[in-house]
Design a protein around this ligand. Structure first.
Ligand code: NAP
Length: 374
């Protein structure tokens, strides 16, 4: 299986990590001047990428005010720049425990402060670690806000289901995002597999945790998924392209001796679309891969076609020939879809990728490996 160097590509989980830091003294709450001549406070000189711009929407097309909760790596890499250029959204406020800011947008320490200060806010995007999302999402729904959830949507299926029904009962839109699904190559693979039998499928999602998640201690806490944090991206592609439901048959989960989430996992899956009993569906997730990194899915159909999705789902090869290679625009697709859902007053809580991870933990055999230290 070909692997590739990281440079210049890949699944959105894999932009170089930039851990935001701002001392508490730099916090400026709503109602105080956000700037006093000091430089913008979001870190690493990336502010200009998401300075609010004047955005002209189409006449007659509604735009939505949105707050973002949790100003970590993915918020800085994707949510803020994408919101800044999307005419359907206006960034109205940030919630940051550390008080991170950007020009002309108020920062609050808690969601409650955001809702009190901006009662007309339409929606929030919750970009915290998954283990704390349920309470934050319920609080948002209680405040009458529509909700966008980063992946994975919650730490447990029950919490995800609760959010789905709680949002419906309150007439609010809730949207569980799976960013890897928003790729033209993934759409094309789905189209080509429709109605097909699957002879074999292999997911290879191997990367270096020290490179992509430096210092993110939360990924090792129970409820935050470990290697399934990136692995669920592969499974979200898998559940999208499979022509029929799939199930986890067995799982081997490898835990560092000093951690509560796995560093590697091997799954055996099956599907109603399998060609026959000999069809083999497997997945390998590993956070210990140094050097070239691998985010690939290979599929062979019953009628002899070979599909290969590479680069986190952004490239598709069919029988060895490059068929789709589109620039990555996953979060642009997420916010486009969120606007459509808001226009329609419809929620979208696709539980399929999450169900497979939950089932892997249910049927998984646990083994222990050497302790992990950064
Ligand atoms: P991160 O850099 O650690 O950022 C998470 C942020 O959430 C923190 O910086 C903090 O921001 C806030 N936070 C942390 N603990 C919190 C708590 N207990 N309560 C409330 N807020 C808390 O993590 P990340 O990489 O952005 O990942 C966040 C989520 O996005 C994960 O579910 C991940 O799977 C998903 N995601 C990540 C990537 C990626 O490339 N990293 C890509 C796609 C999806 P403040 O100090 O500002 O409050």
């Amino acid at each position: 299986m070909t692997s590739f160097a990281n440079k210049g590509l890949s699944a959105l989980d894999h932009g170089e990590a930039r851990v935001a830091r701002a001392p508490a003294s730099e916090f400026v709450g709503y109602g105080k001047a956000p700037f006093d001549g000091a430089p913008p406070l979001l870190p690493n000189g990336r502010q200009s990428a998401y300075l609010p711009r004047s955005k002209r929407g189409e006449p007659g097309v509604k735009s939505y005010s949105i707050g973002v909760i949790g100003i970590g790596k993915i918020t800085q890499d994707q949510h803020l720049p994408v919101i800044a250029k999307d005419p359907r959204f206006r960034l109205a406020g940030l919630v940051s425990q550390r008080g991170l800011q950007q020009p002309d947008v108020p920062t609050f320490r808690t969601p409650a402060e955001l809702y009190a200060a901006l009662p007309d806010l339409d929606a929030v995007a919750i970009c915290t670690p998954p283990s704390v999302r349920h309470a934050i999402a319920r609080e948002a729904l209680d405040a009458g806000k529509h909700v966008l959830l980063e992946k994975p949507p919650a730490p447990t299926m029950a919490e995800m289901n609760d959010l789905t029904s709680y949002a419906a009962a309150r007439g609010k839109v809730i949207f569980a995002t799976w960013h890897s699904q928003y790729n033209a190559a993934v759409d094309e693979a789905k189209k080509r597999l429709a109605g097909k039998k699957i002879r074999s499928l292999h997911i290879e999602w191997k990367e270096d945790v020290r490179r992509w998640h430096p210092g993110q201690e939360w990924i090792w806490d129970a409820g935050n998924f470990g290697v399934f944090d990136p692995g669920i991206n592969a499974l979200s592609i898998f559940t999208k392209i499979m022509p029929a439901p799939a199930f986890v048959k067995s799982a081997d989960l490898v835990y560092p001796a000093n951690r509560d989430t796995p560093i590697a996992a091997s799954l055996v899956l099956t599907s109603l679309a399998c060609e026959n009993a000999a069809s083999r569906l497997t997945a390998e997730f590993d956070w210990r891969q140094e050097g070239d990194q691998s985010w690939n899915i290979n599929v062979a159909t019953g009628d002899g076609v070979a599909l290969r999705l590479t680069h986190g789902g952004s490239k598709l090869l069919v029988d060895g020939a490059l068929t789709v290679e589109a620039p990555m625009a996953e979060y642009e697709g997420i916010y486009r879809h969120f606007a459509e859902l808001l226009d329609a007053g419809r929620g979208a809580m696709d539980a399929a990728p999450f169900q497979l991870v939950a089932d892997a933990f249910l049927v998984g055999r646990r083994t222990t490996t050497e302790a992990f230290v950064w």
